[in-house]
Design a protein around this ligand. Structure first.
Ligand code: AMP
Length: 486
């Protein structure tokens, strides 16, 4: 099927061509016709399937068809998303698809001042993309009302619940007018989500399920490098230096501290990069993401939370600098590459203490990750021995403090065992040589010093005592005895 075959108005067809789409993805092919008929939709799909266009294009079409106009401080379509990044991303998509129409869009989210957002709402807006908290806040301030709403989209519903937005969602739903078209998307559909969906959707919605999680994995070329923690930075640097085709690289690590450290290592090597994580301001995160999208920086380092739902086209390589301990996260991470039918490479670093995570990931994905080119190891500095202290330092963010302390103690104990064993061995050697000496002495001095030959090994005190009994001191003792008798 081609986009031209879908009943979309000319300005939308033009926009689709302008963004470079030729054929609709499965979710688009299956959702767009029903949505254009005004039906409700329950979609089981994750990012990367093309679901944004699957709901944005028919909503835009129906907004154009309805002949209605926006009123001040209202919106006609509301798209609710869990994070600021996702909200900005989805509004970007709407803007692109609506670029040849007069449809207006805006985006509201927390963590930034609300004055510009309120200004954008004064004259009303066709499409409002929002996170729940800021939406309720602005509704409370009477900056926007939902009474004229025609289309409601709840996207990433499972994440919304994970992030504790259920009460906010219920509050928003309670404010919606009865007569509306509803779209509900979630990557997973446990009972709790289905229950929520049933409170939002009209009976018998169209159901569309696409892209089970295993599908993208088969398209992604994977490589594994077994490497100790301390040399992961050097390995990343070396791989980036050797492979100029790694153009748009997303590096995942577990901690904010770790992300900053990677950036420092790469910057030192002259590689343009930036980090996004919870400690960075919203503006810094957007700036980093923007620079990455337009390839001003080559590497974006992200923690899993900050990277949720990031949509960047053409990510050429995803690095798992640290393996995630939640194995499903691995699937989400590597799914950032090989999107929309494109090729992608995922490279995973595995340190000795991550072997069990690796096994879990391979079991979940049913893929044995092949090892990468081993000649790269020759170009790295030699491994350094891991000490108890370095284990403590490196384990930050991976293990609980207690766990790290226990492991450090284990290592110390192992070392001290080795030490004891070595000491024992040395003592044994010393004993043996002493015994040999004694045998030699015994043979050499059999007649001259019969008593000393058979002397057991003596402690210092005994030796001192023995010295007192030596012939030289006998005269002095006699003198003392004579003095005391006298
Ligand atoms: P989404 O699942 O909406 O986050 O989309 C994932 C990526 O696929 C985005 O970068 C879209 O620009 C891209 N995309 C969506 N639909 C198509 C299509 N029909 N053809 C090619 N790329 C698409």
């Amino acid at each position: 099927m081609k986009f031209e075959e879908l009943p979309l108005a000319n300005p939308l067809q033009r926009a689709v061509r302008a963004v470079g789409y030729e054929t609709p993805t499965p979710i688009q092919e299956r959702s767009i016709p029903s949505l254009l008929e005004g039906k409700d939709l329950l979609g089981i799909a994750q990012t990367g399937t093309g679901k944004t266009a699957a709901f944005a294009l028919p909503i835009l079409q129906r907004l154009l068809d309805s002949g209605k106009f926006r009123s001040p401080k209202t919106c006609r379509a509301l798209i609710l998303l869990p994070t600021r990044e996702l909200a900005i991303q989805v509004e970007d998509c709407f803007k692109q698809y609506a670029q040849f129409t007069a449809i207006s869009t805006t985006c509201i989210f927390g963590g930034v001042g609300d004055a510009p957002q309120k200004r954008n709402l004064i004259r009303g807006v066709d499409v409002l993309v929002a996170t729940p908290g800021r939406l309720l806040d602005l509704i409370g301030q009477k900056a926007v009302s939902l009474k004229k709403l025609e289309f409601f989209v709840l996207d990433e519903a499972d994440r919304m619940l994970d992030m504790g937005f259920i009460h906010d969602i219920r509050k928003v739903v309670a404010m919606l007018p009865q007569n509306r078209q509803n779209l509900f998307f979630s990557a997973t559909m446990p009972d709790e989500i289905l229950k929520l969906a049933s409170t939002i959707l009209r009976p018998n919605p169209v159901q569309v399920e696409v892209a089970p999680q295993s599908t993208p994995i088969e398209r992604i070329r994977q490589e594994l490098y077994r490497i100790d923690k301390r040399r992961k930075g050097a390995l990343l640097k070396e791989l980036l230096a050797e492979h100029p085709e790694m153009k748009k690289v997303l590096v995942f690590c577990r901690t904010k501290h770790g992300a900053d450290k990677i950036v420092r290592v790469l910057e030192k090597a002259g590689i343009k990069c930036a980090a996004i994580h919870g400690n960075k301001s919203q503006n810094r995160r957007q700036e980093a993401l923007g620079n990455f999208k337009c390839e001003q920086i080559r590497v974006l380092v992200a923690t899993d939370i900050a990277a949720r739902g990031i949509d960047v086209d053409d990510v050429s390589h995803v690095f798992n600098y640290d393996l995630p301990n939640e194995h499903e996260t691995f699937v989400h991470r590597i799914g950032r590459t090989a999107r929309a039918g494109k090729e992608g490479v995922a490279i995973s670093f595995c340190s000795p203490d991550e072997e069990s995570d690796l096994r879990g990931i391979e079991k979940l994905t049913r893929v044995k990750i092949p090892e990468g080119d081993k000649s790269i190891y020759d170009k790295l500095p030699p491994p350094q021995k891991e000490t108890a202290e370095s284990m403590m330092r490196n384990s930050r963010g991976r293990m609980s403090r207690e766990e790290a302390q226990a492991r450090a103690a284990e290592t110390r104990e192992k070392h001290s065992h080795h030490g004891n064993r070595d000491n024992r061995r040395n003592n044994e050697n010393r004993e043996n040589s002493r015994a040999n000496m004694n045998v030699e002495n015994a043979q050499a001095h059999q007649n001259a010093a019969p008593v000393r030959q058979n002397q057991p090994k003596q402690e210092n005190g005994e030796r001192r005592h023995h010295r007192r009994n030596r012939p030289g001191s006998r005269a002095r003792r006699r003198m003392r005895e004579a003095q005391s008798q006298g």
